[in-house]
Design a protein around this ligand. Structure first.
Ligand code: CUA
Length: 329
């Protein structure tokens, strides 16, 4: 398998003590419960082990000791049963409040759909704009994620938002959050879902409302060519193509070094003479475009029992991908 992070290392995760940096409103409840349990455990670990050693020493058997039946200490037993109960009730109270915060959408919430498929995340916004491997959310606005799976069970996890929820085929599951810090965060899949489960990642970007509106209106742009009036040179297009190759998880099935993964390798793919199931082709822009839009139209010989997923790329993105494929010699 290829190593992902090496080429397009996503923004490194920042840490806040033992937890990733908190970037959403509900995160504080989760952290409170976590640290309460953590320090509670450390405190009683020290007290209980300390006392145990002390008593072992103090009450060790000495010459002339006689064995006596220990008395019943019902009161103490009741005490150490009831006292921790209060602690559990407090934990439940705070935990439940946090759970409700991450389950019920606040006023003015927007809906974003997330689809899990082996092995990528697709995000779709209210106006139909879609992008794979990248989730953009506005700051200080409740967001309801409506999640579904196209194949097996996945699990949607954004550590910075402290949300995690299973994504199950045949049903919708929801999770709610409100980001309160600008910047990058991360999506992980936390349910083992097959060969490339560990590569099923996505970037999150928390942006201002204006930036969010223009993003869903115009669709993804080449991040390497931001000036809309200047023509984008081929090498910068290729650079975006490479980023798309990773973020759309093409990398999980098509190698760059000639090794055979689930699909044919992309090494020297552009211009290659390929034998198909019932035909032959010299791979060019049209063939690549067709293979992305209609993956089952022309299948390379020997790959009939694997299904390439539909990847919803815009024309601009397909163009960038073609430029990139030209560079894999
Ligand atoms: Cu999807 Cu693991």
């Amino acid at each position: 398998m290829m190593v992902f992070g090496s080429l397009f290392a996503p923004a490194p995760m920042k840490w806040d003590g033992q937890m990733p940096e908190s970037m959403a409103v509900g995160a504080s409840h989760v952290d409170w419960v976590y640290y309460a349990i953590y320090y509670f455990s450390i405190f009683f670990q020290v007290v209980i082990t300390g006392l145990m050693f002390y008593f072992v020493w103090k009450y060790k058997r000495r010459k002339g000791d006689k064995l006596e039946t220990p008395p019943d200490l019902t009161r103490i037993e009741i005490l150490w049963t009831v006292l921790p109960l209060f602690f559990i009730v407090i934990l439940f109270h705070v935990g439940f409040k946090g759970y409700v915060k991450n389950a019920i959408a606040g006023d003015g919430a927007i809906e974003i759909r997330a689809r899990g498929k082996q092995w990528l995340w697709e995000f779709e916004y209210a106006n139909g704009m879609k992008e794979n491997g990248k989730l953009v959310v506005p700051i200080n606005r409740p967001v309801k994620m409506v999640m579904s799976s196209d194949d097996v069970i996945h699990s949607f996890y954004i550590p910075e938002f402290r949300i995690k929820k299973d994504v199950v085929p045949g049903m919708y599951s929801n999770v709610v959050f409100e980001a309160n810090k600008l910047g990058p965060a991360h999506v992980f899949c936390t349910e083992y879902c097959g060969t490339s489960h560990s590569g099923m990642l996505a970037d999150v970007n928390v942006v201002s409302q204006e930036e969010f509106d223009s993003y869903i209106k115009e669709g993804p742009r080449n991040p390497n060519c931001q000036d809309p009036n200047a023509a984008c040179p081929a090498d910068l297009k290729a650079k975006w193509g490479e980023q798309l190759y990773v973020s759309n998880a093409c990398v999980t099935c098509h190698s760059r070094d000639g090794s055979k993964l689930v699909g044919p390798s992309f090494k020297g793919v552009y211009g290659r003479h390929e034998v198909l199931e019932g035909g032959e082709v010299d791979i060019d822009d049209n063939y690549i475009q067709e293979s992305i839009r209609k993956p089952q139209a022309k299948i390379v010989k020997g790959y009939t029992n694997v299904v390439m997923p539909m990847i919803p790329l815009t024309d601009r993105q397909v163009e960038a991908l073609v430029e990139y494929l030209k560079t894999i010699k």
